[in-house]
Ligand binder design. Structure first.
Ligand SMILES: Cc1ncc(COP(=O)(O)O)c(C=O)c1O
Length: 393
């Protein structure tokens, strides 16, 4: 291959555009200074413009903020980077978290990077790849029989040993450490920088509502500083619907709901969200929708095959929520929508793998194989060039 050497000499190697990448460049708005940052290169995740997925959902402008591109492959790295930097700054002897997987894996990585011990209290039924990730990263992992045992254990550890706890550890849930939630503001800053405008909607999976509260605050920061004139509406996709119920009842409290089924999206399985998530939804004139297991695996595969993006089942829920609200015409076709894909599809691959994954060893002659592969390629091309819209017109 030959390339023009003039192109290379025109590049300015001596003057990189960003001295400090990632979250550190926003440290003026974070509780740790640039120099105190414990970093693994988090943040600056891509914002993909989609075409085929947008068409399927009946949208002119659909973007996907791909948080699987963080160091431990989930958005939790933004929380962990800030929380661990702060824990180190204040001299905490260890960090600890309750976690169904992502938060634990992320905290384990940042603790190791900071040279701090990390304890993760998880539970029976946590997704296998995340459990392995936590162990490989050197954390002390406890699997509780009953997940409600995790918070009293952490509360006692905080009192007795002075550990810095990053997750919630008291009931009713008040969310993760507010220090770490500050890190999620950077998602708002990055989206605004990349788009050059405020989206109409941000759709995201919601459990306790940490990301929702943090991103909302990020947009409020931009508005308060006069950078923007409005904030986006938030679309909360939740498994059990505690926010949806509080929104429709007009309540000031988010009461726990009864989990009526076991969600495949195990990362967002808690039946109660936090107060600040409700406030963020109300202030943004947002909407909360309950997303069940129905069609979730198919949607995961659709997103993957239409756009080349493979996300954890929890991270597929915002697409389902947008589909639902497009059908109800709450989201309009010309609204600019950003879906926050919080984690990689490799994280819960044990829960999302279906039986068809077992491909029999080939015994066909090569000619037949070539014919079958060619016809599969033609079918794929036809499918990709003619994506049907599933939305209201
Ligand atoms: C992949 C993923 N997405 C979304 C969430 C939602 O959490 P929260 O609403 O507290 O930000 C979680 C929580 O653990 C998660 O692991």
């Amino acid at each position: 291959m030959q390339y023009g050497k003039d192109d290379v000499t025109r590049w300015d190697f001596g003057n990189p555009g960003r001295a400090r990448p990632g979250l550190q460049r926003f440290s003026a708005m974070l509780p740790v200074t640039e120099d105190q940052f414990v970093t693994l290169g988090e943040g600056d995740t891509p914002l993909h413009a989609t075409s085929r997925l947008a068409k399927y959902l009946g949208l002119e402008n659909l973007y996907v903020k791909d948080e699987s591109r963080n160091p431990t492959h989930s958005y939790k790295d933004r929380l962990s980077a800030v929380a661990v930097s702060y824990a180190k700054k204040v001299g905490a002897p260890a960090v600890a978290t309750a976690s169904s997987g992502n938060a634990g894996a992320s905290l384990a990585a940042y603790a190791a990077r900071a040279g701090l011990p990390c304890v993760v209290a998880s539970m029976k039924g946590a997704a296998g790849p995340m459990v392995s990730q936590i162990r490989k990263l050197g954390a002390h992992l406890i699997l509780m029989e009953d997940k409600t045992q995790r918070w009293p254990f952490l509360a006692e550890a905080a009192k007795r040993y002075g550990w810095f706890i990053t997750s919630p550890y008291s009931a009713p849930v008040i969310g993760s450490t507010p220090i770490g939630i500050e890190g999620y503001k950077t998602i708002a800053y990055e989206i605004y920088q990349d788009l050059g405008r405020v989206p109409d909607w941000i759709a995201l999976p919601v459990c306790y509502g940490d990301a929702l509260a943090g991103i909302h605050q990020g947009f409020v920061d931009l508005k308060d500083s006069g950078t923007t004139s409005r904030i986006p509406r938030f679309l909360a996709a939740e498994a059990h619907g505690s926010l949806a119920r509080a929104m429709s009842s007009g309540s000031e409290r988010v009461d726990a709901v009864t989990a009526e089924y076991e969600t495949l999206a195990s990362s967002v399985g808690a039946p109660q969200s936090a107060y600040q998530a409700l406030m963020a939804l109300r202030q943004s004139e947002g909407v909360a929708v309950k997303i069940t297991n129905e069609g979730l695996l198919e949607l995961q595969e659709l997103v993957g095959s239409l756009e080349g993006l493979f996300f954890e089942l929890a991270s597929v829920m915002p697409f389902a929520a947008v589909r639902q609200l497009r059908k109800q015409r709450v989201v309009a076709s010309d609204d600019l929508v950003v879906c926050l894909a919080t984690a990689s599809g490799l994280k819960d691959i044990d829960k999302s793998t279906r039986e068809w994954a077992e491909i029999p060893i080939n015994r066909q002659p090569q000619e037949e194989l070539l014919e079958a592969a060619k016809s599969a390629a033609q079918q794929t091309l036809a499918r990709l060039s003619n994506v049907p819209s599933d939305a209201a017109t």
